[in-house]
Design a protein around this ligand. Structure first.
Ligand code: UDP
Length: 267
């Protein structure tokens, strides 16, 4: 594969980004809930070319026991990138970055969970990045909160997340890999839409106070949009089909009952 070349600009003369998006436009997002048979809850997210699967187990007994918390469940998050998820093969051993992102994700999700309802237990979240093209920590939070809901872990609300960044002096929402690498900075954030509380706010690069406040406003708007997509994905997984007039359910019932009556009469 030929080495990646730094683009001459990230925002063109028309004000559009290298993939043609407007500054406030998200990449296409697809969620699916309940994708893994063995997990108590699971979900995947495809956000542009970023592809992540999250699996939840628990609440269940915690091993090793010395990690036990007497007043609440321990939320154990393991974020890992597959060796083939990035252009330069990633070493399989857990990196410092993966450990840090695991902690960041746990801290972003904890405020939305009723962990105090399950003292001494553990809720495990395993997150596997299959393909990374920027924004993996936020996409992972989006998928993990859906997997938690799928597992039936009691939650105040889902936790949508997105990064807002700066490229060629323009604030942009939902950075792709090149924007992440060559832009002037990014602000990953996550919110609880129910209360508008921010559960993740990081900053890389330099922003003026005004830029940071505007970036946060853009991020909150984007998170609210992602929240709608998350709810749609849950509805698709759980909504049962309402019987329509075309369904022959009633006719079958009548036939079955009719036969039962005839049998009854013969007896
Ligand atoms: N990345 C990479 N190799 C690595 C780690 C990261 O190529 O070992 C890329 C990947 O595309 C990732 C991006 O760098 O999405 C930005 O990583 P960062 O740590 O900023 O986290 P993210 O933006 O994914 O949350």
């Amino acid at each position: 594969m030929s080495p990646e070349v730094k683009p001459d600009f990230l925002i063109n003369a028309e004000g559009l980004r290298i993939d043609g998006r407007r500054p406030d436009e998200l990449r296409p997002i697809e969620f699916k809930v309940g994708v893994l048979k063995q997990a108590d809850g699971s979900a995947y997210i495809k956000q542009g070319k970023t592809f992540i699967i999250a699996a939840v187990y628990g609440p269940r007994e915690l091993h090793p026991r010395h990690l036990t918390l007497s007043d609440r469940a321990y939320l154990r998050v393991v974020y890992r990138m597959a060796t083939f998820s990035v252009p330069d093969r990633k070493k399989p051993a857990p990196s410092r970055r993966e450990r840090e992102i695991s902690m960041v994700i746990a801290n972003a999700l904890k405020p939305a969970l009723f962990l105090e309802d399950f003292p001494k237990a553990v809720v495990d979240i395993f997150i596997q990045v299959i393909q990374a093209d920027g924004g993996t920590r936020c996409a992972a939070i989006n998928a993990a909160s859906l997997a938690l809901a799928d597992a039936g872990v009691p939650m105040k609300c889902l936790v949508p997340a997105v990064a807002v960044g700066k490229a060629d002096g323009t604030l942009i929402v939902d950075l792709g890999d090149q924007e992440d690498k060559y832009g002037e900075g990014d602000v990953p954030m996550a919110i609880m839409p129910l209360t508008d509380e921010i559960t993740l706010l990081q900053q890389d690069g330099s922003f003026t106070r005004e830029e940071l406040l505007e970036a946060m406003q853009m991020g909150i708007q984007a998170c609210k949009y992602i929240h709608e997509l998350q709810k749609d994905a849950l509805m698709k997984a759980y909504a049962t089909k309402a019987p329509s007039e075309d369904d022959d359910f009633d006719d079958d019932m009548e036939t079955d009952l009719g036969e039962a009556e005839i049998i009854g009469e013969e007896d």
